[in-house]
Design a protein around this ligand. Structure first.
Ligand code: SAM
Length: 233
C-alpha cells in the first residue's frame, strides 16, 4: 500500500500549515518539491528531516517514471509546491494525471491512494478577505503576456462574474493600466480589489475603481513589490 499526498503549504507565514500536513510530510519516504531549497526552510522550521527531490514545470518524463516506480515499490510520496496548493498555477496536475493513468489498477484495488492534504492558496485567501460575494467566480490564473491578453481584458470587462487572477510585481502597473482602459466608462461600474503580500507582514488590500487603485500604486511605488491577487467584481 502506498500513498501519494498532495499537500498545501504556506503562502508566506510559515505557521500556516495544518497538523495533518506536518504529520504526513514527516511520515513520507520522499517529498517532491518545486524548489528543494525553498521547501527545506519549511521542513527545518518544523524539524522534519525527510529526503527531497525536485519536481517542477520542466521535469522530464524520466522523473515522472521514477516517481511511478517508487509508488509501485510501496513508497509514500508527498508533493508540495513553493507556496500554496500544488496544481493551482503551479506544477502538480500533470504528475497526478500520469499517476492516475499509469496506476489505474493499483488505485482501484486500493494499493495506491492519491490524497489531498488541503492548505492555503492565495486564491481563497484573497477572496476570503476581499468582502466580495463570491459564491461564483472565474479564476484566470496568470494572464497571458501577449497572445490573447487583449481578448481576455475584453472578457473581464464584459463578464457579469467576479474574475480573479494572479499578478507579479513586474506587471501589476501594466495590468492596472489595461483595466483602466477596458473598464472605465462602463455603465455597470466595476470594482478592482488588489490583495498583496497575503499572510505576510505587509499584507494589504486596496480596493476601488480601476483608476483609484492604479493611482494608489502610482503614488505608493514602494508597494509595487511582493505578490498580488487581483479581483475584478
Ligand atoms: N499554488 C499557489 C496557490 O495556491 O496560491 C499559487 C502559485 S503561483 C506560481 C504564484 C502567484 O500566486 C504569485 O505570483 C501571486 O500572484 C500569488 N500569490 C502567492 N502567494 C501570495 C501571497 N502571499 N499574497 C498574494 N498573492 C500571492
Amino acid at each position: 500500500m502506498s500513498t501519494f499526498s498532495v499537500i498545501g503549504t504556506p503562502i508566506g507565514n510559515l505557521e500556516d500549515i495544518t497538523l495533518r500536513a506536518l504529520k504526513v510530510l514527516a511520515a513520507s519516504d520522499l517529498i517532491l518539491c518545486e524548489d528543494t531549497r525553498m521547501t527545506k526552510r519549511l521542513l527545518d522550521r518544523h524539524a522534519i528531516s525527510v529526503p527531497t527531490k525536485s519536481y517542477h514545470m520542466h521535469s522530464t518524463i524520466s522523473r515522472v517514471e521514477e516517481i511511478i516506480a517508487l509508488l509501485k515499490e510501496g513508497k509514500n510520496i508527498s508533493l508540495v509546491s513553493d507556496a500554496g496548493t500544488p496544481g493551482i498555477s503551479d506544477p502538480g496536475s500533470e504528475l497526478v494525471r500520469r499517476i492516475r493513468e499509469d496506476m489505474k489498477e493499483e488505485i482501484s484495488s486500493g494499493i495506491l491512494k492519491i490524497e489531498s492534504i488541503p492548505g492555503p492558496s492565495a486564491l481563497t485567501s484573497a477572496l476570503s478577505i476581499a468582502g466580495i460575494p463570491c459564491a461564483d467566480f472565474t479564476f484566470l490564473g496568470f494572464l497571458p503576456h501577449k497572445k490573447g491578453r487583449e481578448t481576455l481584458f475584453k472578457e473581464i470587462a464584459a463578464s457579469e462574474r467576479t474574475m480573479v487572477f494572479y499578478e507579479s510585481p513586474h506587471r501589476i502597473i501594466k495590468t492596472l493600466e489595461s483595466l483602466v482602459e477596458h473598464l472605465q466608462g462602463q455603465t455597470s461600474a466595476k470594482k478592482v480589489t488588489v490583495c498583496r503580500e497575503l499572510t505576510k507582514i505587509f499584507e494589504e488590500v486596496v480596493a476601488g475603481s480601476p483608476a483609484e487603485v492604479k493611482t494608489y500604486f502610482d503614488t505608493h511605488t514602494d508597494k509595487v513589490r511582493g505578490e498580488f491577487v487581483v479581483i475584478v467584481s
